[in-house]
Write a protein that binds this ligand. Structure first.
Ligand SMILES: *Cc1c(COP(=O)(O)O)cnc(C)c1O
Length: 452
């Protein structure tokens, strides 16, 4: 018989006012398997913590989004947003499904080329493109999305020097009723800057203006904002046709659709309030279709959806290091993963589920990571059953941005595995080690010897 561990009794104040109308959420069932693979086996084979990606979920998300748009609009093309998750295995699943690549740096650009994406199916966004980067993109016939006038002038100078033409679009920023406006990227619609950039481009024969782009924000809870964004890009397209007699090939509405995560401070669960993919698709396609384009001049709709296609395909499995009582009596649990791996914990109240059977006695607790850093807090308050040292948990919906924004601070990045559609597990990124770190360090000769 296992000796039951003793817990010092605590007196807790009952907080009758803090329930919302759906009651306090706790997890009632353990989350023991991901795509039919046992969490305990994953951790046994690949270590803890461990990122797990479900290939099946990625494909399902992609197909559902693609269907939502294609059934409402005749010409749709998704481009996978590399910075949301640029592990090659993840990108390749999207490319197999038919997504082009959307990149925001030359590093990502080269990654997309390396993944076999043809140059003319790479959308090159971002404010930081050097002349060298632009030359590579021009030679590969990529879709260059210009962010500011300095980039525009640099590109014109480059094209005149190498005597070539380039296909370009401009990024437009605008008021869509969601604040703050992301006006640091691209050219502003309302103050005429975008129209000015368009006229400059149209008057230069080395540039071919094929598209209009915007990316109005991320985790956008308002589908209506996309209606406004689509309207403003259509307005520019129609004005370009009227003044320059040039038909715009494509309108690119960027990314930003919300995933089902819950924002910190949100009264309701994310999954209960986010617009559906169909709602986003409805408002965007209605706006463009009803705008007044001639049938043969209807622009292709590009989408650079990131977060909404990958978040719920990613899990972080981890283990309990210790439990302790804070000075105010709250229970605290320390996990072997922290904000170094879960950057989005600053933003979301991630759902965390125990991976084994548990008692139904629950308590509000703080969940910390292992870093010696006070801000290393995964959840400030979560109602969970009591967890013991060594127990395992699964953090849900971590597929977006964590595997690109993770930081190396006193701990190494762990293994990442992908479970394929036949429930076979593949290691897709090796864990880092001391050697990984030391590879980049150099020691001056006079510091080699120490004598303590
Ligand atoms: C980050 C980014 C995206 C993807 O945004 P999500 O919010 O993850 O959908 C798309 N386009 C551009 C230009 C971006 O910078």
């Amino acid at each position: 018989m296992v000796k039951l561990s003793y817990e010092r009794p605590v007196i807790q104040k009952l907080n009758t006012g803090s329930m919302n109308k759906f009651g306090t959420r706790t997890e009632y069932a353990p989350f023991t398997h991901i795509d039919n693979v046992a969490v305990k086996d994953l951790i046994k084979d690949y270590g803890s913590p461990l990122f797990v990606i479900s290939e099946q979920q990625i494909r399902k998300n992609y197909q559902q989004a693609n269907r939502a748009f294609r059934t409402r609009y005749p010409k749709v093309q998704f481009a996978w947003s590399y910075k949301t998750n640029y592990l090659n295995a993840v990108c390749k699943v999207f490319h197999q499904e038919g997504a082009w690549a959307e990149v925001v740096s030359i590093f990502e650009y080269k990654k997309a080329l390396g993944n076999g994406v043809p140059g003319n199916k790479i959308i090159f966004n971002g404010p930081d493109k050097t002349e060298e980067d632009l030359e590579l993109a021009v030679n590969n016939n990529s879709l260059i999305h210009i962010d500011h006038f300095d980039e525009l002038y640099m590109l014109i100078e480059l094209l005149q020097r190498i005597n070539k033409k380039a296909s370009v679009a401009i990024r437009v920023n605008m008021d869509t009723g969601v604040y703050p406006i992301w006006d640091r990227f691209g050219f502003n619609y309302e103050n005429g800057q975008a129209w000015n950039a368009i006229n400059k481009i149209m008057s230069h024969p080395e540039l071919e203006l094929n598209g209009l782009h915007c990316h109005i924000g991320t985790y956008m809870l308002s589908a209506g904002a996309y209606g406004i964004a689509a309207w403003k890009l259509c307005d520019l397209a129609v004005n370009i046709k009227a003044k320059w007699n040039k038909v715009i090939d494509y309108i690119d509405l960027g990314g930003g659709f919300a995933s089902a995560n819950t924002l910190k401070g949100s009264y309701l669960q994310g999954s209960d309030i986010i617009p559906t993919m169909e709602e986003y698709a409805d408002i965007i396609s209605n706006t463009i279709l009803n705008f007044g384009f001639k049938p043969d001049e209807l622009p292709t709709l590009f989408l650079e959806t990131g977060r909404a296609l990958i978040d719920d395909a990613g899990y972080l499995c981890g283990s309990v290091i210790a439990n302790k009582r804070l000075s105010d009596g709250r229970r605290a649990t320390i996990m072997d993963f922290g904000v170094n791996l879960l950057f989005t914990a600053f933003w979301y109240n991630h759902k965390i589920t125990p991976a084994q059977e548990f008692s139904h006695h629950t308590e509000d607790m703080v969940v910390y990571g292992p870093l010696c850093m006070n801000i290393d807090c995964i959840r400030e308050s979560i109602n969970l059953p009591l967890l013991n040292k060594g127990d395992q948990v699964v953090v849900h919906r971590v597929g977006a941005y964590n595997m690109t924004q993770w930081m190396q601070f006193i701990q190494m990045r762990p293994n990442v595995v992908m479970i394929d559609t036949n429930s076979k597990v593949h290691l897709i990124r090796d864990k880092e080690s001391l050697e990984t770190m030391l590879r980049y360090e150099k020691l001056p000769l006079h510091l080699e010897k120490i004598d303590l």
